[in-house]
Design a binder for this molecule. Sequence first.
Ligand code: HEM
Length: 398
Amino acid sequence: MTDASSAPTLDFDLFSADAMAAPDQYDDLVRETAPAVYLARHGVWAVGRHADVHAVFSDWETFSSASGTGFTNIRKQGNWRQPSLILENDPPEHGKYRRLLSRILSPAVLRKLKADFVATAESIVDAALDRGEVDLVADLAEAFPFAALPDAVGFRKENRRNLLIYSELNFNAMGEKNDLYRAALERATPILDWVVENCRRDAVAPDTLGSAIFDAVDTGEITEEEAGLLVRIFISAGMDTTINGIGFTLEALARHPEAWAQLRADPTRARAAFDEGLRYRAPSPYIGRTTTREVDIGGVRIGAEEKVILFLSAANRDPRQWSDPERFDIERKTSGHLAFGFGIHACVGQMMARLEADVLMSTIASKVARIELAGKPSYQRINWLRGLSSLPVRLERA
Ligand code: HEM
């Protein structure tokens, strides 16, 4: 059994306004205190060192996803929605949905999307340049994925902001059931039926990622209901994560003129810059697992049926793994960063996210000479996600 009283322990509130305003400080605290730390206020374990996070991701038999990858045990405490077929599932069931989504998001499929993405990115960047002074979040980091991904999935154009309301609830619900969660649930309740309807076969456009999922119903691979749940995952897993990753990377580029100059000199570095942006500030900072047996993490004993929260953001700045981890360096070798997770559940949409970021950021790098900060940033307060909510900037045409 776990003896939490003799374990390395911290007693801060992960979801307090203070902790959310200074996340790097708390990441450092978790990572530097011990390989696994008991968060006494929450009754969960936190793991923040790169090698340990990697080891947990690699051992799905001991660290299960089926009880939820957020903060609470959804099998015991329930959840506001049906579990995700892929994210909140273990082998062997997980494999079937994973194979299907890997096929739907294959490199060949993504290559076909690229031309449309480039046209969308060019019109968004041109419109921002015409205005000169814009919000880096609303007008670039959000505007592009918010057009590109729902079009690729085949969602209807009307009321698309509902997708963001839904996604915000999803990421608040993965944390504690606090005021942020309750407010997000209240906002989203009127649109939950809309989301279900818009993930149905008759709602998604033909020849899209969404319709490809329904094709798998016709071949007998999955049921009609499962198809709707898989379409839903594009909203819950693929929108805000990408928006926030692009937002953080553009912010870092605006703040680091030498990195911006490197990207301007060679816009093909956009993909590498995005990966460094994700290492530097992971938009999806935490992933939860539940132990299926008693286990040892770096000498700390953890019992069965315990929640273990992996601090990806802390691992991505672990000095044991990275030299000069606090430095944003687009020439760094970023392979091994954990912003997309690792192992059997590693992000199945990561090539889509990279394609989106690559297309938008290389377009920006070829059309924009300078991004100058024109105001103070503000940051989102969402339990299980990090991102900017706005950052005024001035753009100078190249
Ligand atoms: C920068 C953008 C993104 C970030 C930071 C991100 C992050 C992650 C992380 C950390 C995981 C691992 C979850 C776990 O181990 O429990 C994951 C899984 C997943 N992501 Fe992403 N993601 C991004 C974009 C996307 C996109 C664009 C899509 C869809 C098009 C997507 C779909 C998924 C799915 C379906 C899973 C579950 C995979 C599985 O359980 O096998 N993600 N993502």
